[in-house]
Design a binder for this molecule. Structure first.
Ligand SMILES: Cc1cc2nc3c(=O)[nH]c(=O)nc-3n(C[C@H](O)[C@H](O)[C@H](O)COP(=O)(O)OP(=O)(O)OC[C@H]3O[C@@H](n4cnc5c(N)ncnc54)[C@H](O)[C@@H]3O)c2cc1C
Length: 323
């Protein structure tokens, strides 16, 4: 069978986090190919995550980021001009007043996105793929990019008709992420820290970071704090109930919020920040009938700028792929 003409090819991108967003944008800007995004979540952004709770909002994933290596990218300049992201005191370190999710919502506003679509398997079909989702839906596409964290990607590939070389599989299986338990609190007192600092780096065995959502302009309500637990505490307590986790943190939380606090929400990141990296390239193309690419922050530095670079990397490989 003849391979489909380049201009009429269509590509499904799994995920709507930073790497997927930039992969989608580069492909859309550089070709006439049709791009559709899918995400298992109800909202977009992946680890760019903001949650509303009672009268305020919390950033509960990514907190702030460096743009030094990506400041020349037009989208970054546009986000600055639209005031979706703002510099911390004129430095290269940025945050998103209004919440991190706004970055994803803004950059994806003209894209077709199927939310609440968790990809479970891929099968080969007429030089392309049939992709199947947990909600029972199936789609057909020529090409695919998977931006899910690597253990989730491997789970999908294990259920799929995709052959991966033992070397590549060995490399991918070694990749790992820290877990992160998150607790979102409304406190009765202000956290003791320098006035305009976005949060407090904590060297505690249980807590690594306390983010101030009011200073970040994410929450109108004062004293809305995001607590990121340390990787060690998160690993030891990941499978416990929220009540048990909150109980185990009580003494530490009381020491920061001595006039009392109320936990409004909990979140569990099974894959928060990579602790090992794919060293060979900034993205990966698997052998297949159509184009099947992998991207994400684990291919670079595990951060905002690295996720973007990986998305751009896989998009460029796709646009120059010899079908
Ligand atoms: C708690 C925390 C704190 C952080 N702090 C910082 C920081 O201060 N500075 C910094 O630079 N970076 C930080 N990071 C890292 C940063 O958030 C990531 O590097 C970046 O957002 C990763 O983007 P990504 O596209 O690679 O992956 P993700 O954003 O994880 O995107 C993957 C997407 O795939 C979707 N998905 C997964 N499986 C499926 C499936 N089967 N079907 C459909 N969709 C699927 C997910 O829902 C998600 O939308 C932090 C992350 C966390 C969690």
């Amino acid at each position: 069978m003849k391979t489909r003409e380049n201009s009429t090819r269509n590509i499904s991108i799994i995920g709507t986090g930073l790497s997927a967003i930039f992969a989608a944008r580069i492909i859309q800007e550089g070709s006439d190919r049709k791009v559709i995004l899918f995400d298992k979540a109800r909202g977009v952004g992946g680890r760019l995550a903001t949650r509303r709770s009672e009268n305020g909002k919390f950033d509960h994933g990514l907190q702030y980021f460096d743009i030094e290596s990506i400041s020349g990218i037009p989208e970054i300049q546009e986000l600055i001009e639209k005031e979706i992201i703002t510099s911390i005191s004129g430095s290269n370190r940025f945050f998103a007043p209004g919440g991190m999710t706004n970055i994803a919502k803004y950059l994806l506003q003209n894209y077709q996105i199927n939310k609440e679509h968790k990809l479970t398997s891929i099968s080969s079909r007429d030089k392309g793929f049939q992709i199947s989702f947990e909600n029972g839906k199936h789609y057909v596409c020529d090409d695919m990019i998977l931006s899910s964290p690597i253990p989730q990607t491997l789970e999908i590939l294990e259920n799929s008709q995709v052959v991966i070389s033992p070397d590549t599989l060995g490399c991918l299986k070694k990749l790992a992420y820290d877990m992160c338990l998150v607790v979102m609190v409304e406190a009765n007192n202000k956290l003791e820290k320098k006035k305009n600092e976005l949060g407090l780096k904590v060297g505690n065995a249980k807590i690594s970071w306390i983010g101030d959502n009011h200073v970040k302009n994410v929450s109108d309500t004062v004293n809305f704090y995001t607590i990121h637990c340390s990787p060690e505490f998160s690993l030891d307590n990941f499978d416990k109930s929220d009540d048990k986790i909150n109980e185990a943190l009580d003494i530490e939380l009381q020491s920061y919020f001595h006039e009392g606090y109320r936990i409004l929400s909990n979140h569990k990141w099974r894959y928060s920040i990579p602790k090992s990296f794919y060293q060979l390239d900034t993205s990966l193309v698997l052998e297949s009938d159509g184009f099947l690419g992998l991207c994400g922050d684990i291919f670079t530095n595990g951060r905002f700028d690295g996720a973007i670079q990986s998305g751009i990397s896989i998009a460029k490989k796709y646009l120059t792929y010899d079908f």
